[in-house]
Design a protein around this ligand. Structure first.
Ligand code: DGL
Length: 277
């Protein structure tokens, strides 16, 4: 039977599957529906208005599928669309429905990882230019200095299957050199993009041993566990059929299934979602 109250997970493409993978590990009992807007990804270099419009179209589609809760498992969408969706777009919807992002839960804990009180945040151009991480981390850890670095070529390398090839090393080094040049005291690098866990080993291999690399999947998953403990009405409203359904906005779903497996770590079989309303 098709579940009717799943947790919705949204990303511009495949990357959010790294977050979904961690969530599913922590909370396997729920029903899930994942939507990747692969037809219009990547979002990283797009304008604020476009990212907001695309994200809301996808979130609205997920809400129509019956989701009481939608997670924006995309840093760029969390940075550029979440506030408008929460404050404006959700007004016309069932007031019990919620949309959450990945930046706040990450900002709440990232300061605990650093001893030197200096961290580097790596993300897409959109995420970095929004300054969202600087602002959010500043609220929870005002004594932590945040250095930011956009890495615009990492997502295309990963999306095109070049991330594990020797040629990728040049671009991995390029952006790491740039962030490390900002301060010799950085001891923590946050991967603030859902795609970057796929090159985490390459990144770690290039760095001195005193610098930690932190990805978000487990942080977001722990935060969701905590959120559902604190919001029992929401928790009860989510169906618990242990199903995972995957949708993409591209009518040729073969690529999604292929790359999806890499990001999710298990077989993925997707369907086509016609989200234009
Ligand atoms: N999912 C996006 C993020 O986490 C990266 C891919 C994109 O640019 O659309 O920022």
């Amino acid at each position: 039977m098709v579940n009717n109250k799943p947790i919705g997970i949204f990303d511009s493409g495949y990357g959010g599957l790294t977050v979904f993978r961690s969530i599913f590990k922590q909370l396997p009992q729920y029903d899930y529906i994942y939507l990747g807007d692969t037809a219009r990804a990547p979002y990283g270099n797009r304008s604020f208005q476009t990212i907001h419009q695309y994200t809301w179209e996808c979130v609205r589609w997920l809400l129509k599928q019956g989701c009481p809760l939608v997670i924006l498992a995309c840093n760029t969408a969390s940075a550029k669309a979440l506030r408008n969706i929460q404050q404006l777009d959700l007004k016309g919807q069932d007031p019990a429905k919620r949309v959450l992002g990945v930046i706040r839960p990450t900002a709440e804990v990232i300061g605990n990882y650093t001893k030197t009180k200096e961290i580097g945040v790596l993300g897409t151009k959109g995420t970095i230019q929004s300054e969202s991480y600087k602002m959010e981390i500043g609220k929870f850890f005002p004594d932590v200095k945040v250095h930011q670095q956009a890495c615009p070529l990492w997502v295309p390398l990963i999306e095109n299957g070049e991330y594990d090839k020797p040629g990728a090393n040049y671009f991995v080094k390029k952006y790491l050199d740039q962030v490390l040049a900002q301060s010799a005291n950085i001891d923590t690098l946050l991967l603030a993009c859902t795609h970057y866990p796929l090159i985490q080993q390459k990144i770690a291999a290039y760095l001195p041993a005193n610098i930690k690399v932190v990805s978000q999947g487990d942080i977001v998953a722990h935060s969701l566990v905590d959120y559902l403990h604190r919001h029992s009405e929401m928790e009860k409203s989510i169906s618990t059929g242990n199903t995972q359904r995957f949708f993409t906005t591209t009518d040729d779903t073969a690529d999604f299934d292929h790359y999806g497996e890499l990001f999710f770590g298990a077989k993925v079989q997707s369907g086509f979602a016609e989200i234009k309303c």
